[in-house]
Design a protein around this ligand. Structure first.
Ligand code: ADP
Ligand code: MG
Length: 475
């Protein structure tokens, strides 16, 4: 936190950063935050996943007044998903400063947005098209807006938003502060900057300066026998695109992949006992997205390079902190963001602390999700599917039948039934997993951290029995 404090960030935001598990600023944050706080315009260039949201979010929240007029800050993002994501992060950062950020995007009912606008958000995160709609209707006036941020400016230009952006910029007061963030700096961005930014500070972070992957890290305290049900709920809630589940032993990997399949997930396992051909074929299917959950031991996952892995689940936490870093590095690759979630049984909490010390990152505790959470997660996915279809608008042939049904059936009943049909309800098919013994506690904690261990080609069935390292049972 010291490094954040040194940037001049106020206590309510420091408190929020603490909750979020951010311990120190990323390079773009370190350079951009003080520069933006001077009030200058700024161009920030850094890869995806380097923490640009907080780089502009923190100084913006510092600047807006909780009590003053609405719409003091506007953030433009290329997509609806990003608008939601950025607003979420700003709301977390601003939770103790009483700052509200509202996402505004196409595809959502305009009446509902008008209602939300009445909550007096200080900050609006919008896609350009929908913001223009609201401006045209007079719902949003930007003549008081002191700050505008173009997030992922290159993406917005690629998507053809240039005219909307120019129009929006021209409606803002001359005295406003303009910030532009982009992963790349093509000519078109330079032109836009020259026209709309005043004497901007330029901050550029080279890819190599980002060392620790920006992976959100969580842990859940569970008993071994609860782990599987909790994993299924998380998969239902988080709906990962591609996930890797790490098990400690070969037996664990086999049982887990079987159990997941039994509950209807598309999963396969790899470990050192499988033939190279089998491993290759599983990996190929995973890369191609034919299976979306890969269950693996540490050894089998070594050197694995698959892009697009959004979630890593440590079904069993690893023996070594080095293995942990390696495991979570399977996500958040190529600058993408990812999440890592570890199951920790109470006796293993010391191992978790050791990992935190090595990685210098806080691993945030998460409560055990309930079945209701899982169902809600799946419903949300169904709702999103519906919204996506509405946005695409390609359903003329269905309207006649819909109108016919609506003459007989109440609309709430009809939509509920459609949602039920689209929702994957949590599956509780019984499965059997052999219990895994907890990691043993090290006798001598003062020893320096171990060198990364090199194991043979196969996996040790029980890495904790490694003879070269004396261990003792906890008493
Ligand atoms: P970008 O906009 O550059 O792609 P994001 O702002 O989306 O990156 O950040 C990527 C991930 O890193 C997010 O999950 C975010 O919460 C996390 N993150 C950002 N800053 C920090 C930090 N200082 N410490 C730890 N995690 C961070
Ligand atoms: Mg971003």
């Amino acid at each position: 936190m010291e490094k954040f404090k040194a940037l001049g960030i106020s206590d309510p935001i420091i408190r929020a950063l603490n909750d979020m598990g951010f311990e120190e600023p990323t390079p773009i944050q370190e350079q951009a935050i003080p520069a933006v706080m001077t009030g200058n315009d700024l161009i920030g260039q850094a890869q995806t996943g380097t923490g640009k949201t907080a780089a502009f979010g923190i100084p913006l929240i510092e600047k807006v007044k909780a009590s003053a007029s609405r719409f003091q800050g506007i953030i433009l993002t290329p997509t609806r998903e990003l608008a939601i994501q950025v607003a979420e992060e700003l709301n977390k950062l601003g939770q103790y400063a009483n700052i509200l950020a509202l996402p505004i995007y196409g595809g959502q009912e305009i009446g509902r947005q008008i209602k939300s606008l009445k909550k007096n958000p200080q900050i609006i995160v919008a896609t350009p098209g929908r913001l223009m709609d609201h401006m045209d209707r007079g719902n949003i006036r930007l003549n008081q807006t002191g700050t505008i941020i173009l997030d992922e400016a290159d993406e917005m230009l690629n998507m053809g938003f240039i005219e909307d952006i120019e129009k929006i910029l021209s409606e803002l007061p001359e005295t406003r502060q303009t910030l532009l963030f982009s992963a790349t700096m093509p000519r078109a961005i330079q032109n836009l900057s020259q026209r709309f930014l005043k004497n901007p500070t330029f901050v550029s972070i080279k890819a190599k300066e980002v060392t620790v992957p920006l992976v959100e890290q969580f842990y859940i305290e569970v008993q071994d026998r609860q782990k599987f049900d909790v994993l299924c709920r998380l998969l239902d809630i988080q709906a990962p695109d591609l996930a890797i589940v790490f098990g400690r032993t070969k037996r664990r990997v086999d049982e887990l992949s079987e159990a997941l399949k039994k509950r209807g997930y598309s999963a396969e396992g790899i470990h050192g006992d499988l033939t190279q051909a089998k491993r290759d074929s599983v990996l190929r299917q995973f890369r191609d997205g034919i299976i979306d959950i890969l269950v693996a031991t540490d050894v089998a996952a070594r050197g694995l390079d698959v892009s697009g892995v959004t979630h890593v689940y440590n079904f069993d936490i690893p023996q070594d902190s080095e293995s942990y870093v390696h495991r979570i590095g399977r996500t958040g690759r190529a600058g993408q963001t990812g999440a890592a979630l570890s199951f920790v049984i109470p006796r293993e909490l010391d191992h978790l602390r050791a990992i935190e010390r090595l990685t210098k990152r806080k691993i945030v505790r998460m409560p055990i999700p309930t079945i209701t959470d899982a169902l809600e997660g799946q419903q949300k996915i169904a709702v999103d599917k519906l919204f996506r279809i509405i946005e695409e608008g390609n359903f003329e042939e269905y309207k006649g039948r819909a109108e016919e049904m609506l003459t007989e059936i109440d609309s709430v009943a009809l939509v509920s039934a459609a949602l039920k049909l689209l929702t994957k309800e949590p599956d509780t098919t019984p499965v059997k997993l052999t219990e895994e013994a907890p990691l043993r506690v090290r006798r001598d904690r003062s020893r320096p951290p171990q060198q990364a261990r090199r194991k043979g080609p196969g996996d040790n069935n029980r890495p904790s029995y490694n003879k070269s390292r004396p261990r003792t049972r906890p008493n």
